[in-house]
Design a protein around this ligand. Structure first.
Ligand code: FBP
Length: 552
């Protein structure tokens, strides 16, 4: 194996645990808090989770470890998209298991939740796990997006666990995966299996957060990686002075990633999908908003700039989601075949023109042809438009170019507009975790072992007070049912963890709102540079601006 110098150096890094987990295992006591209730729909959630609902929140503290001495055989699963720090959750889990009892065993189910039902696993040992300490990626066991949600899958899971003597399953995932973890925990309890389930909050998107979970892991490193790249592009823009860069960033529906990157780099424009929805903005209004900045800057001789676009923004534009809905209808069932059989784009266009309402057609007509075609070509297995594949960075730059052409005709704008496009997503999901994510993830894993040791089931590993130094972090657990409500999904009422979108009255957005006018008209770029792993704590251990503003 060839290791990079940084990889070798990171193997030596000792992640910081919360103060209360730093004493020996024998001195980790537990304090139970009050009973919990779900955030909404209490009666319905209680009825669906009769065995795991209403449990107490708990905190660990220095004291006598009163847990039952019992050999633990634990299985861990990585679920969904990669997020920096996942390896450290596994390392923390492993180290705490071994520190508790050398006989404890950790199984890793491969390639996501399907590994459990397929009984596809490896057993961790020191030599294997040491290769992954403080590194990015999920390649330690792989990940996948299969959901564990049917009784049949649950029954197989019980058989697999029994076969290996597994006492607990740890699921490292986002809101959906942890919702599934809660359902699995309830099944295990209802069938008296004695198997526990613990979740850990993962996703670079930052949308698994609530009053208990301050942030999901991976958000810190991913946004720092994107911010470094955006900062570099800003510096290039400010040097060359000839391009407008349109940069789309991952994050699915929520705009937490885009907003954090904007707070870090102060670009000229950052769209926030949640604001677009609240103001019911049209594509034309958004294009005008960006064109205003282009025009103001051009008047000062600055024919360059940077615009950050959240991945999911188009879904939040009401007229655009209406258009998507109509397209899905237009091509439902066998109509897709009729459409696909049309030989030329002109004929396809005529078919579309006939099928769409006047309003949706007027939206469709202003889209660049590449995007129009994308809407009909890139479809998911259910035949629906794959909104996440829409190149919104190109869409908005084309709409802005049209606006500027009009303004030129009217004589209000006389600049040059040349656009370049970028999409940052995969670049950040497997970066070496920042010190924050290394420490946070290791703590989440270590803490998960403590929750297992104390016999908790259906809990999320919780580490809080995260903008303080790690020594002051607070470790404990929260029943997952506390975070749930009922939502309509695929035509059915489902118990789910509520996805956290950007709050427009929250401090991070308010800060952005107070500064964006100045950023749009002037050049206020900030260049955060690369993540620093070694050096002064104020450079290396700082958390996101989002968390700092939320907790100031
Ligand atoms: P999770 O929600 O599973 O954490 O994944 C987040 C994410 O990185 C999104 O930001 C992005 O839209 C999506 O995954 C991409 O998924 P895929 O890796 O399947 O292309």
């Amino acid at each position: 194996m060839n290791y990079s110098p940084l990889q070798k150096a990171r193997y030596e890094y000792t992640p910081k645990l919360p103060g209360m987990l730093r004493h020996g295992i024998a001195e980790i006591g537990v304090k139970e808090g009050s009973e919990t209730q779900s955030v909404a729909d209490q009666d319905k959630i209680k009825a669906l989770f009769p065995n795991t609902y209403g449990k107490k929140e708990i905190t660990f503290e220095k004291g006598q470890n009163t847990s039952a001495a019992k050999k633990q055989v634990v299985g861990v699963i990585l679920s969904g998209g990669q997020a920096p720090g996942g390896h450290n959750v596994v390392c923390g889990l492993y180290d705490a298991l071994k520190a508790t009892n050398k006989e404890n065993v950790l199984y890793g189910f491969k390639n996501g939740p399907s590994g459990l039902v397929d009984d596809d696993y490896l057993i961790f040992d020191d030599a294997y796990i040491n290769e992954f300490r403080n590194t990015g990626g999920f390649d330690i066991i792989g990940s996948g997006r299969t959901k564990l949600e049917t009784d049949e899958q649950f029954a197989i899971s019980v058989e697999v666990c029994k076969k290996h003597g597994i006492t607990a399953i740890v699921i490292i995932g986002g809101d959906d995966s942890n919702t599934n973890a809660a359902v699995l925990a309830e099944y295990f309890a209802a069938h008296d299996t004695g198997i526990q389930v613990i979740g850990c909050p993962k996703t670079i998107d930052g949308d698994l957060k609530n009053e208990d979970i301050e942030c999901s892991f991976g958000f810190d490193t991913a946004t720092k990686t994107y911010s470094e790249l955006i900062g570099n592009i800003e510096r290039d823009a400010n040097s060359a002075k000839k391009y407008w860069h349109f940069i789309k960033v991952m994050g699915r529906s929520a705009s937490h990633v885009a907003l954090e990157c904007a707070l870090e780099t102060q670009p000229n424009i950052c769209l926030v999908s949640e604001e677009v929805a609240a103001k019911k903005m049209s594509l034309s209004q958004i294009a005008d908003y960006i064109a205003d900045s282009v025009e103001k800057r051009a008047a000062k001789g600055m024919n360059f700039g940077v615009a950050v676009i959240p991945e999911g923004v188009v879904e939040f534009v009401p007229e655009f989601s209406a258009l998507i809905g109509e397209i899905n209808e237009l091509l439902a069932g066998s109509k897709a075949e009729t459409f696909n059989a049309l030989p030329t784009w002109a004929e396809k266009y005529a078919f579309i023109e006939q099928g769409l309402s006047k309003e949706s057609m007027s939206v469709f007509a202003i889209l660049p042809q590449g995007i129009q075609q994308q809407l009909f070509l890139e479809r998911d297995p259910h035949g629906n438009v794959q909104v996440s594949l829409i190149e919104s960075e190109k869409l908005f730059s084309a709409l802005v170019a049209d606006k500027l052409a009009d303004r030129k005709k009217k004589g209000t704008y006389n600049g040059k507009f040349s656009a370049l496009h970028h999409f940052f997503g995969y670049e950040g999901r497997c970066a070496f975790p920042s010190n924050f994510d290394s420490d946070y993830c290791y703590s989440l894993g270590y803490n998960a072992t403590m929750l297992i040791q104390y016999g908790y089931n259906g809990y999320l590993s919780k580490v809080s007070n995260l903008s303080a130094p790690a020594s002051e972090w607070v470790a404990g657990g929260m029943p997952i049912t506390k975070m749930m409500n009922i939502e309509r999904r695929h035509g059915e009422d489902k118990p789910v963890i509520r996805k956290a979108l950007v709050e427009l009255d929250g401090k991070p957005f308010k800060y952005f709102e107070a500064h964006r006018e100045e950023w749009a008209a002037d050049t206020c770029f900030t260049y955060p540079g690369a993540i620093q792993y070694y050096g002064p704590a104020e450079v290396c251990d700082i958390t996101t601006r989002t968390l700092a503003l939320e907790q100031e």
